[in-house]
Design a protein around this ligand. Structure first.
Ligand SMILES: C[S@@+](CC[C@H](N)C(=O)[O-])C[C@H]1O[C@@H](n2cnc3c(N)ncnc32)[C@H](O)[C@@H]1O
Length: 192
């Protein structure tokens, strides 16, 4: 069976994130992916989760508490484009679930420029062999602009340094989500 997009994102992340690793949820939302990452890194690992909405930070903290995982995670009320301010360690994996907060305002959405800035910062901190996974939603207002900006940026990354995958069901109607995964192969020339 062909794995669906969201389960495939988890399959990819669990192939690289191990006990003791540092991982990033760039769009915490209701905290589902944050919990998933916190389980992968185990007691000796750590997760940084970002969201610009207080509602999302609260929902994520609540979900972590319910799972007894709050000690493994720092939930940060700030944009992922500022992640270098918060993270100095080497990162094993990161996830972006783009778009708007389910159950929240459809006007607060991720945007191409800030998503790309976060990807650049993550690439410089990613381990060799580490993965950045993005689930892209082109269906909502503003979604296609973000999709086009992200695709344009990741397509030009030199393959010597980053392998870029697009995983997509191409015969589904209504702009279904698709996945982009970036695997760091080699230290990038301009990274610290
Ligand atoms: C599709 S939702 C994430 C869903 C989440 N993964 C979950 O499990 O519920 C996208 C989230 O990105 C957040 N967001 C928008 N711009 C952001 C930014 N610059 N930095 C961090 N989060 C942002 C929104 O507030 C929203 O909660």
């Amino acid at each position: 069976m062909l794995e669906r997009v969201l389960p495939y994102a988890k399959t990819l992340l669990s192939s690289v994130i191990k006990e003791g690793d540092v991982a990033v949820d760039a769009t915490a939302g209701n905290g589902h992916d944050t919990v998933f990452l916190a389980e992968l890194v185990g007691d000796s690992g750590f997760v940084y989760a970002f969201d610009i909405q207080q509602q999302a930070v609260d929902a994520t903290k609540d979900r972590l508490k319910k799972h007894g995982l709050e000690k493994r995670v720092k939930v940060i009320l700030d944009g992922h484009e500022h992640l270098s301010k918060y993270i100095q360690e080497e990162i094993a994996g990161a996830i972006f679930n783009l778009g708007y907060l389910p159950g929240g305002s459809h006007d607060i959405i991720t945007k191409g420029a800030t998503t790309i800035s976060a990807i650049q910062q993550l690439l410089s901190r990613l381990k060799i062999g580490g993965l950045i996974v993005l689930v892209v939603y082109p269906g909502h207002e503003g979604g296609k602009e973000e999709r086009d900006a992200v695709i344009e940026y990741v397509s030009q990354l030199p393959q010597k340094y980053v392998h870029v995958l697009r995983y997509e069901f191409i015969n589904q109607k209504n702009d279904p989500p698709f996945l982009i995964a970036l695997e760091k192969m080699k230290k990038l020339p301009d990274s610290e």
